[in-house]
Design a protein around this ligand. Sequence first.
Ligand code: SF4
Ligand code: F3S
Ligand code: FES
Length: 237
Amino acid sequence: MAKVDLTVRILRFNPEVDKKPYWQEYQVSADETAQVLDVLHQIKWYQDGTLTLRRSCAHGVCGSDAMVINGSNRLACKTLVRDVAPKLTVEPIRGLPVIKDLVVDMEPFFASYRAVEPWFMNDERPPVRERLQSQEERARFDDTTKCILCAACTTSCPSFWANGRYIGPAAIVQAHRFIFDSRDQGQAERLQVLNDRFGVWACRTAFNCVEACPREINITKAIGEVKKALLFGEVDF
Ligand code: SF4
Ligand code: F3S
Ligand code: FES
């Protein structure tokens, strides 16, 4: 496998000792098919143990390693060295408080997630077996089931940067997943939460979220469908 020499610049910040963030540079040699996450591991494990980052699965599933890579929101484990070499810059995702280096405080993001009540609601007694759904009904919300809550969308959104009270595209995607599920009965509650100037109406259709999403979810389509449901007062399954 071909090796590539990389100059890696990382935006460092430890609020306990630093007055402001600063860039630190490292030289790394890595396989061209290695992940950016491997490069960060190489730095942390062999050059500088103080570098702090968050990750878990290393396979694009857990959503914990979203960061700004060469200027765009990406998952470090889904970005290959050959696509960023020879210069790699890494920053924390924007709009959330930095805890240390590449680790941000996700609590405001998850507060918005909780606000849309992202769980199945139906008080009717269930049938003896499962609640049935046609393939067409299941397909209606299939795209938004793919979200891994990485926050790459919300933290790439100019409306969110301008006002952190905006509930953000990820929460709307999660709401969409239940609003358009024919078995769920919590549509009115969720639509009420989103019918707010800091709800769906804060979206200015900037499309950054679509570009950022590692699951290729059509986020603006989902937001448009929620807006339509609010404007016309009905949910088409
Ligand atoms: Fe991440 Fe996409 Fe979900 Fe946003 S919609 S949190 S970018 S997976
Ligand atoms: Fe933001 Fe995406 Fe809307 S980037 S403004 S949520 S289309
Ligand atoms: Fe889990 Fe990258 S480490 S998505």
